[in-house]
Design a protein around this ligand. Structure first.
Ligand code: ATP
Length: 326
């Protein structure tokens, strides 16, 4: 049987009971596969790699080595949450790499969006490879948060399904992909049953290059910091309003606008709020946010975030605008 094909009679995991049965079954299969060997996992804090980490911790405990790379482009509190959940609560074998200076150093004066994406992707592979080499001799397996849509897309030729592609030939591990036959909604049900916090299980999609593609043009530390704070306010206010929106975040462009603050001229950045609803991400609509909510977000960002003097709401559906600005 093709192990990359979901059996036609596989029941959709929709309840905690079904999730528990899946966890028990996979934990046993993982123990069987891994034996007393060690497993390496790149842990982003996103849903897929977090669920795989929690499942493997349950199955093999400290035989799992998780590597979390903070590239300096994470959202506010995200790397801290990875440390809190996995190191403090689940007692994982977690390697935390603060590579902020490396990434931001490489990105100085790089304006072109595709160049930024390439630099961030290549640097991620380099950092992960370095960490993999440190433990390479004792590790035999690489765990990945591959899920079923990744496999279907790779069969369609849309993209390669290996989540952490690009490791050199001499660093090839056997793969361990315990959620590869699950759809995203099932991964969330399993994650919840494994005790991951709701904010992690329901985390909105976030591009690999992180805030790097929302801090438009050449990234500077001060503007990146302003973006991180503004983005946290947008997410907090929309969460508090109890709205169900697919993706909502902030963008800070690399030009400035005139304003007035405490009676003095300000010449600071604008902040753009981007919200979209979509079913398949091929097209997207912009939700009609309540005016009072938009005003509250604007008031908070302009009062709380240094160097932001103006807030705009992006009304552009996809097409013609893409979800991300870069
Ligand atoms: N900052 C990071 N630190 C460690 N690993 C990372 C990081 N960013 C990405 N990865 C690894 O690369 C994989 C692919 O990242 P991508 O951004 O495409 O997320 P994804 O497929 O949605 O998975 P996830 O939900 O786990 O983030 C992740 O599953 C994780 O293994």
């Amino acid at each position: 049987m093709d192990s990359n094909k979901r059996p036609g009679d596989m029941v959709r995991i929709t309840t905690p009971e079904l999730a528990q049965a899946f966890i028990d079954e996979q934990a046993a299969a993982v123990r069987e596969q891994i034996g007393d060997k060690k497993v390496l996992l790149a842990l982003s804090g996103g849903v897929d790699s977090s669920v795989v980490a929690a499942l493997l911790i349950k199955a093999i405990g400290k035989q799992l080595i998780c590597v979390h790379v903070n590239h300096g482009l994470m959202r506010k509190g995200e790397s801290e949450q990875v440390i809190d959940v996995f190191k403090n609560q689940l007692d994982a074998n977690l390697v935390y790499v603060d590579a902020t200076d490396r990434f931001l150093g490489k990105l100085v004066d790089v304006e072109e969006p595709e160049a930024k994406r390439k630099i961030i992707g290549a640097e991620f592979i380099r950092v992960f490879e370095e960490e993999a080499r440190k433990v390479g001799n004792e590790v035999s397996f690489l765990a990945q948060g591959t899920i079923y849509p990744d496999i279907l897309e790779s069969q369609d030729g849309v993209k390669a399904h290996h989540n952490v592609g690009g490791l050199p030939d001499d660093l090839q591990f056997e793969l361990c992909e315990p959620v590869k036959l699950l759809y995203k909604d099932e991964v969330r049900v399993v994650g919840r049953k494994l005790g991951l916090p709701e904010s992690m299980v329901e985390r909105q999609p976030f591009p690999g290059p992180g805030l790097g593609v929302r801090c438009l043009g050449a990234i500077t530390r001060d503007r990146l910091e302003a973006l991180r704070e503004a983005d946290a306010i947008v997410r907090e206010e929309i969460d508090n309003a109890g709205l169900t929106i697919w993706q909502y975040f902030a963008v800070v462009p690399d030009f400035r606008a005139t304003g007035v603050r405490e009676g003095k001229r300000a010449y600071d950045w604008p902040c753009i709020i981007r919200c979209i609803n979509t079913v398949d991400v091929m097209t997207a609509e912009v939700p009609e946010l309540d005016w009072a909510l938009l005003k509250r977000i604007t008031a908070r960002i302009t009062a709380e975030v240094p160097r932001i003097c103006r807030v705009c709401y992006d009304l552009t559906p996809k097409p013609v605008g893409t979800v991300e600005w870069e």
